[in-house]
Structures are given as structure tokens and as C-alpha cells.
Design a protein around this ligand. Sequence first.
Ligand code: NAP
Length: 232
Amino acid sequence: MRYAVLGTGVVGRTIAARLTSLGHEVALGTRTPEATLGRAEPDAYGNPPVAQWLEEHDQVQLLAFAEAAAFGDAVVNTTAGAASLQALEAAGRDNLAGKTLIDIANPLDFSQGMPPSLNPVDTDSLGEQIQRSFPEARVVKTLNTMNARIMVEPSRVAGTHNVFLSGDDGDAKKAVTDLLVSFGWPVHDIIDLGDITTARGTEMLLPIWLRLWGTLGHADFNFHIQGARATS
Ligand code: NAP
């Protein structure tokens, strides 16, 4: 299958690498490929320049958001949450129409410093904003409640732990469930919370996730909902 992974940060790269390892074709989407390839320094999080990463992952092609989205049978949003609507607008609504749009972004607002706040929050979510803005896309919010490495290698965390799904389209959620299983998620650890409004809850896990990260001093942890199996 062909995937467009929109976003060149650690999440986009991690998902792209995992998808290619599973035999999928992947286009990584960015604003301006020439500018992205021209960056010589590590990014703000210390990740190596995209050009260097692409040399090590030569099955992945770097394209502008619109070309990447046109390439993909499905699209993954791994852009900065505050810029996701803009990035998806650049991807083009026609290129998103009818496709499963896996949204991993969190609407973190760093404008007032650390820790970031959420915007939107409580009565709305980025997942809902994306679904409202692109009604012909089939948005599924998932994987946003854990570190990127755990998304594609859940066995990094010992024992049972969970990943959530939110979305309005049952077929899209089934397709994403199959993808998560191919990443290594036991199907009974995938919790379908319901429609896209439930993305409010998973996005609002971010404040406690960030505090746990600070307290524990590492990111190899995840949420385990005790009793979840009994209700599934
Ligand atoms: P990031 O640094 O948050 O985002 C990088 C991407 O955002 C780049 O592709 C960049 O485009 C794009 N972008 C930034 N400003 C933009 C703008 N004004 N217009 C259009 N695009 C813009 O990357 P990340 O750390 O990999 O995180 C990606 C998303 O996943 C975030 O929403 C984050 O909250 C969420 N998330 C992260 C983790 C994690 O482990 N880091 C875990 C769960 C969820 P260019 O390529 O053109 O620079």
C-alpha cells in the first residue's frame, strides 16, 4: 500500500521507516523539499538533518505536502499540531478526499513557554477540527498518547499497555486497527473510544504524559487501562 506521511520530525520518520520495513511505499511530506533538504543542522530536538536520514532510508521519497498526499492511498498526519490544519490545507482537500487520514498530532501550544498548553482543549480537539475541515477524509486519531518509538514497537514497554482509536468511520478504524496490529499491537490492547469527539480525551492526556516524562526521566512508558479487556 502507498502511504503519505506528512511531517519530517521524529514521528514522521519513525512511522515512515516502519511502514517501509513492512513493505509499504512511503512518501514523506514537507513544506518545501528543497528547503528541507538544504537544512544542514540537527532540528530543535537534536534529530539529524532530513537529508542524512533519507540517505539511510532510501526507499522513502521526500515530496511537497500536496504531491505526497496525492501519492498516498492513506495519509498520516505527523505535523506540528499548531500547524496541522495549514499543512493539510497545503496537502489539498482533493488529495485527502475518501482516504483514511491517521492523525497522530497533538495541539500543543508552546507560545507561552514550557510546559505547553493545549489549543483547542476540553470542548474541541485537533482531531475534530481536522474532520470538520476535511469532511471527505476519514479521520482516525490514534498513537498520539505515547512516544514515537513505542508507536511502532510496543514491546519496548513490558506488559499490557494500550493505544486508543477515535473516529467516525468504522471501515477506516478497522483499516487502522489492522495497521496497528502489523506494528505489533495485540488487538485486545487497542481501545476504540468511539467517534472523533473522543479525541478530546486522548489529546488531554498530553499534560499528564509530559509531566510523567519529566518525572520518570525517559519516554519508554505508556498508559495501561486496567480492566479494559473485560469490557471489550
Ligand atoms: P514536529 O517538530 O512537531 O513537526 C514537524 C513537522 O511540522 C514538519 O514536517 C514541519 O514541516 C511541519 N510544520 C511545522 N510548522 C509548520 C507550518 N507552519 N506549516 C506547515 N507545516 C509545518 O514533529 P514531531 O516531533 O515529529 O511531532 C509530530 C506530531 O506528533 C506533533 O503534533 C506532536 O505533538 C505529535 N506527537 C509527537 C510524539 C513524539 O514522540 N515526538 C508523540 C506523540 C505525538 P517541514 O517538514 O516543512 O519543516
